[in-house]
Design a protein around this ligand. Structure first.
Ligand SMILES: [Zn+2]
Length: 255
Protein backbone atom coordinates (compact mmCIF):
# COMPACT_ATOMS: atom_id res chain seq x y z
CA UNK A 1 0.00 0.00 0.00
CA UNK A 2 1.28 3.42 -0.89
CA UNK A 3 2.47 5.39 2.13
CA UNK A 4 0.62 8.47 0.92
CA UNK A 5 -2.71 6.64 0.80
CA UNK A 6 -2.16 5.29 4.30
CA UNK A 7 -1.29 8.74 5.66
CA UNK A 8 -4.38 10.26 4.06
CA UNK A 9 -6.73 7.52 5.31
CA UNK A 10 -5.45 7.88 8.87
CA UNK A 11 -5.50 11.68 8.74
CA UNK A 12 -9.13 11.72 7.61
CA UNK A 13 -10.13 9.01 10.11
CA UNK A 14 -8.27 9.50 13.37
CA UNK A 15 -10.21 6.91 15.46
CA UNK A 16 -10.13 3.09 15.26
CA UNK A 17 -13.43 1.83 13.83
CA UNK A 18 -13.29 -1.43 15.84
CA UNK A 19 -13.17 0.17 19.31
CA UNK A 20 -15.32 3.20 18.50
CA UNK A 21 -12.33 5.51 18.59
CA UNK A 22 -11.24 4.51 22.10
CA UNK A 23 -7.76 4.25 20.57
CA UNK A 24 -6.34 6.33 17.73
CA UNK A 25 -6.11 4.61 14.35
CA UNK A 26 -2.44 4.06 13.60
CA UNK A 27 -2.70 1.18 11.13
CA UNK A 28 -4.59 0.32 7.98
CA UNK A 29 -6.35 -3.01 8.43
CA UNK A 30 -7.50 -5.20 5.54
CA UNK A 31 -10.96 -6.72 5.88
CA UNK A 32 -11.07 -9.54 4.87
CA UNK A 33 -7.50 -10.21 6.01
CA UNK A 34 -4.82 -10.94 3.40
CA UNK A 35 -4.34 -14.47 4.76
CA UNK A 36 -7.87 -15.36 3.60
CA UNK A 37 -6.61 -15.45 0.00
CA UNK A 38 -4.26 -17.98 -1.64
CA UNK A 39 -0.64 -16.71 -1.42
CA UNK A 40 -2.08 -13.65 0.39
CA UNK A 41 -2.75 -12.31 -3.11
CA UNK A 42 -5.43 -9.74 -2.29
CA UNK A 43 -6.59 -6.89 -4.52
CA UNK A 44 -6.90 -3.44 -3.00
CA UNK A 45 -10.14 -2.29 -1.39
CA UNK A 46 -11.98 -2.49 1.94
CA UNK A 47 -9.09 -1.06 3.91
CA UNK A 48 -10.07 0.48 7.24
CA UNK A 49 -8.45 2.66 9.91
CA UNK A 50 -7.64 0.63 13.04
CA UNK A 51 -5.58 0.89 16.20
CA UNK A 52 -2.59 -1.42 16.48
CA UNK A 53 -4.20 -3.44 19.31
CA UNK A 54 -7.40 -4.26 17.39
CA UNK A 55 -5.34 -5.03 14.27
CA UNK A 56 -2.82 -7.28 16.05
CA UNK A 57 -5.24 -9.12 18.34
CA UNK A 58 -7.52 -10.06 15.44
CA UNK A 59 -4.90 -12.41 14.05
CA UNK A 60 -5.85 -15.40 16.17
CA UNK A 61 -9.49 -15.47 15.05
CA UNK A 62 -8.54 -14.38 11.53
CA UNK A 63 -6.27 -17.46 11.25
CA UNK A 64 -9.11 -19.74 12.36
CA UNK A 65 -11.66 -18.16 10.01
CA UNK A 66 -9.19 -18.21 7.08
CA UNK A 67 -8.78 -21.94 7.57
CA UNK A 68 -12.51 -22.71 7.89
CA UNK A 69 -13.27 -20.53 4.85
CA UNK A 70 -10.63 -22.30 2.71
CA UNK A 71 -12.68 -25.52 2.39
CA UNK A 72 -13.68 -26.12 -1.25
CA UNK A 73 -15.39 -28.70 -3.48
CA UNK A 74 -13.39 -27.50 -6.45
CA UNK A 75 -10.02 -29.19 -6.68
CA UNK A 76 -6.93 -27.54 -8.07
CA UNK A 77 -3.36 -27.05 -6.93
CA UNK A 78 -3.76 -23.46 -5.85
CA UNK A 79 -6.86 -24.16 -3.76
CA UNK A 80 -5.42 -27.36 -2.26
CA UNK A 81 -2.13 -25.71 -1.31
CA UNK A 82 -3.97 -22.81 0.30
CA UNK A 83 -6.13 -25.21 2.34
CA UNK A 84 -3.11 -27.29 3.42
CA UNK A 85 -1.15 -24.22 4.41
CA UNK A 86 -4.04 -22.89 6.49
CA UNK A 87 -4.55 -26.25 8.18
CA UNK A 88 -0.84 -26.56 8.98
CA UNK A 89 -0.89 -23.11 10.57
CA UNK A 90 -3.75 -24.17 12.84
CA UNK A 91 -2.05 -27.47 13.74
CA UNK A 92 1.15 -25.60 14.66
CA UNK A 93 -0.27 -22.53 16.37
CA UNK A 94 -3.57 -23.70 17.86
CA UNK A 95 -3.36 -27.53 18.04
CA UNK A 96 -6.17 -27.78 20.63
CA UNK A 97 -8.60 -26.80 17.87
CA UNK A 98 -7.97 -30.02 15.94
CA UNK A 99 -9.89 -32.05 18.57
CA UNK A 100 -12.77 -29.61 18.36
CA UNK A 101 -12.86 -29.93 14.56
CA UNK A 102 -12.99 -33.75 14.56
CA UNK A 103 -16.26 -34.81 12.87
CA UNK A 104 -18.74 -37.16 14.53
CA UNK A 105 -19.55 -40.46 12.82
CA UNK A 106 -22.86 -38.99 11.65
CA UNK A 107 -21.19 -35.89 10.19
CA UNK A 108 -18.69 -38.10 8.33
CA UNK A 109 -21.46 -40.23 6.93
CA UNK A 110 -23.48 -37.19 5.85
CA UNK A 111 -20.50 -35.57 4.15
CA UNK A 112 -19.61 -38.78 2.31
CA UNK A 113 -22.90 -38.55 0.41
CA UNK A 114 -21.42 -35.60 -1.48
CA UNK A 115 -18.54 -35.85 -3.91
CA UNK A 116 -15.96 -33.30 -4.95
CA UNK A 117 -14.96 -32.46 -8.53
CA UNK A 118 -12.81 -35.56 -8.79
CA UNK A 119 -15.67 -37.75 -7.64
CA UNK A 120 -14.13 -38.39 -4.23
CA UNK A 121 -16.30 -38.42 -1.13
CA UNK A 122 -16.22 -35.20 0.88
CA UNK A 123 -14.81 -34.98 4.37
CA UNK A 124 -16.26 -32.96 7.20
CA UNK A 125 -15.30 -30.78 10.15
CA UNK A 126 -17.33 -30.25 13.27
CA UNK A 127 -17.83 -26.48 13.51
CA UNK A 128 -20.03 -26.54 16.60
CA UNK A 129 -17.23 -26.29 19.17
CA UNK A 130 -16.96 -23.19 21.38
CA UNK A 131 -13.60 -21.89 20.14
CA UNK A 132 -14.42 -22.26 16.45
CA UNK A 133 -17.85 -20.69 16.99
CA UNK A 134 -16.43 -17.72 18.86
CA UNK A 135 -13.74 -17.12 16.23
CA UNK A 136 -16.26 -17.29 13.37
CA UNK A 137 -18.63 -14.88 15.15
CA UNK A 138 -15.88 -12.41 15.90
CA UNK A 139 -14.58 -12.61 12.36
CA UNK A 140 -18.09 -11.80 11.14
CA UNK A 141 -18.39 -8.90 13.60
CA UNK A 142 -15.15 -7.40 12.30
CA UNK A 143 -16.39 -7.80 8.72
CA UNK A 144 -19.65 -6.13 9.69
CA UNK A 145 -17.97 -3.12 11.30
CA UNK A 146 -15.72 -2.64 8.27
CA UNK A 147 -18.60 -2.93 5.79
CA UNK A 148 -20.73 -0.58 7.92
CA UNK A 149 -17.98 2.02 7.76
CA UNK A 150 -17.61 1.61 4.02
CA UNK A 151 -21.37 1.75 3.44
CA UNK A 152 -22.32 4.67 5.70
CA UNK A 153 -19.04 6.57 6.02
CA UNK A 154 -19.41 6.35 9.80
CA UNK A 155 -18.01 3.94 12.35
CA UNK A 156 -20.29 2.50 15.01
CA UNK A 157 -20.36 4.33 18.34
CA UNK A 158 -19.72 2.42 21.57
CA UNK A 159 -23.49 1.88 21.80
CA UNK A 160 -23.71 0.48 18.28
CA UNK A 161 -24.30 -3.22 17.67
CA UNK A 162 -23.27 -5.92 15.22
CA UNK A 163 -25.48 -9.00 14.90
CA UNK A 164 -23.81 -11.97 13.23
CA UNK A 165 -25.34 -15.09 11.66
CA UNK A 166 -23.12 -17.57 9.87
CA UNK A 167 -23.82 -20.73 7.89
CA UNK A 168 -21.50 -23.47 6.70
CA UNK A 169 -21.76 -25.29 3.39
CA UNK A 170 -23.31 -28.24 5.23
CA UNK A 171 -26.17 -25.92 6.25
CA UNK A 172 -26.50 -24.92 2.59
CA UNK A 173 -26.42 -28.53 1.31
CA UNK A 174 -29.30 -29.54 3.55
CA UNK A 175 -31.28 -26.37 2.79
CA UNK A 176 -30.79 -24.74 6.20
CA UNK A 177 -29.79 -21.34 4.83
CA UNK A 178 -32.78 -18.98 4.59
CA UNK A 179 -33.61 -18.61 0.90
CA UNK A 180 -34.22 -14.86 1.16
CA UNK A 181 -30.59 -14.55 2.18
CA UNK A 182 -29.52 -15.76 -1.25
CA UNK A 183 -31.96 -13.42 -2.97
CA UNK A 184 -31.28 -10.41 -0.81
CA UNK A 185 -28.48 -9.00 -2.91
CA UNK A 186 -28.58 -10.18 -6.50
CA UNK A 187 -25.46 -8.31 -7.54
CA UNK A 188 -22.64 -9.33 -5.24
CA UNK A 189 -19.38 -7.40 -5.30
CA UNK A 190 -15.85 -8.60 -4.85
CA UNK A 191 -12.33 -7.15 -4.75
CA UNK A 192 -10.59 -6.70 -8.07
CA UNK A 193 -7.52 -5.11 -9.51
CA UNK A 194 -7.26 -4.95 -13.29
CA UNK A 195 -8.25 -8.36 -14.64
CA UNK A 196 -7.56 -10.10 -11.35
CA UNK A 197 -10.44 -10.63 -8.97
CA UNK A 198 -11.16 -12.89 -6.00
CA UNK A 199 -14.79 -13.67 -6.77
CA UNK A 200 -14.20 -17.39 -6.17
CA UNK A 201 -12.99 -16.57 -2.64
CA UNK A 202 -15.05 -13.63 -1.49
CA UNK A 203 -18.29 -11.91 -2.46
CA UNK A 204 -20.22 -9.33 -0.50
CA UNK A 205 -23.02 -6.85 -0.61
CA UNK A 206 -24.39 -4.23 1.76
CA UNK A 207 -27.67 -2.39 1.94
CA UNK A 208 -28.72 0.57 4.08
CA UNK A 209 -32.10 0.97 5.78
CA UNK A 210 -34.23 3.92 4.69
CA UNK A 211 -33.06 6.11 7.57
CA UNK A 212 -29.47 5.26 6.62
CA UNK A 213 -28.55 4.39 10.18
CA UNK A 214 -28.55 0.60 10.01
CA UNK A 215 -27.20 -1.83 7.41
CA UNK A 216 -27.57 -5.42 6.33
CA UNK A 217 -24.52 -7.19 4.91
CA UNK A 218 -24.12 -10.46 3.13
CA UNK A 219 -20.78 -12.18 2.64
CA UNK A 220 -19.73 -15.52 1.16
CA UNK A 221 -16.31 -17.18 1.22
CA UNK A 222 -16.26 -19.50 -1.75
CA UNK A 223 -18.36 -22.56 -1.14
CA UNK A 224 -17.45 -22.72 2.52
CA UNK A 225 -19.13 -20.07 4.65
CA UNK A 226 -21.90 -17.52 4.33
CA UNK A 227 -22.48 -14.61 6.69
CA UNK A 228 -25.47 -12.39 7.26
CA UNK A 229 -24.62 -9.39 9.42
CA UNK A 230 -26.66 -6.45 10.69
CA UNK A 231 -25.03 -3.28 11.96
CA UNK A 232 -26.40 -0.08 13.44
CA UNK A 233 -26.80 2.18 16.44
CA UNK A 234 -30.30 1.02 17.26
CA UNK A 235 -30.91 -2.35 15.63
CA UNK A 236 -33.35 -4.67 17.33
CA UNK A 237 -31.53 -7.88 18.26
CA UNK A 238 -34.12 -9.39 20.62
CA UNK A 239 -34.54 -12.39 18.32
CA UNK A 240 -30.89 -13.42 18.55
CA UNK A 241 -28.94 -15.19 21.30
CA UNK A 242 -26.89 -12.53 23.15
CA UNK A 243 -23.52 -14.04 22.18
CA UNK A 244 -24.29 -13.31 18.51
CA UNK A 245 -24.53 -9.58 19.18
CA UNK A 246 -21.25 -7.69 19.57
CA UNK A 247 -20.23 -4.13 20.25
CA UNK A 248 -17.19 -2.06 19.33
CA UNK A 249 -14.31 -2.91 21.66
CA UNK A 250 -15.01 -6.66 21.53
CA UNK A 251 -11.60 -7.45 20.02
CA UNK A 252 -9.48 -6.03 22.82
CA UNK A 253 -11.91 -7.36 25.44
CA UNK A 254 -11.77 -10.93 24.14
CA UNK A 255 -8.47 -11.63 22.40
ZN1 LIG B 1 -9.19 -0.36 18.14
Amino acid sequence: MRARYKRLLLKQNPGCIFCAGAQPATTVDHVPNKGMFPDSHRPKGLEVPACSECNRRSRVFEDIASFICSVRFTVNDRVNKHFERKMRAIMNNQPHLMDELMPTFRQKRQAARFVDEKGEACGAFDLRGPNIGRAMLHYGAKLGMALHWHTTGNSLSDRGKVAVLWFSNSNALVGDVPQQLMELLPDPRTLSQGKFNVRDQFEYGSGKTIDGDSCGHWVTFGEAIMYQIFTGEQINTDMLPPHQVLRPGFITENW
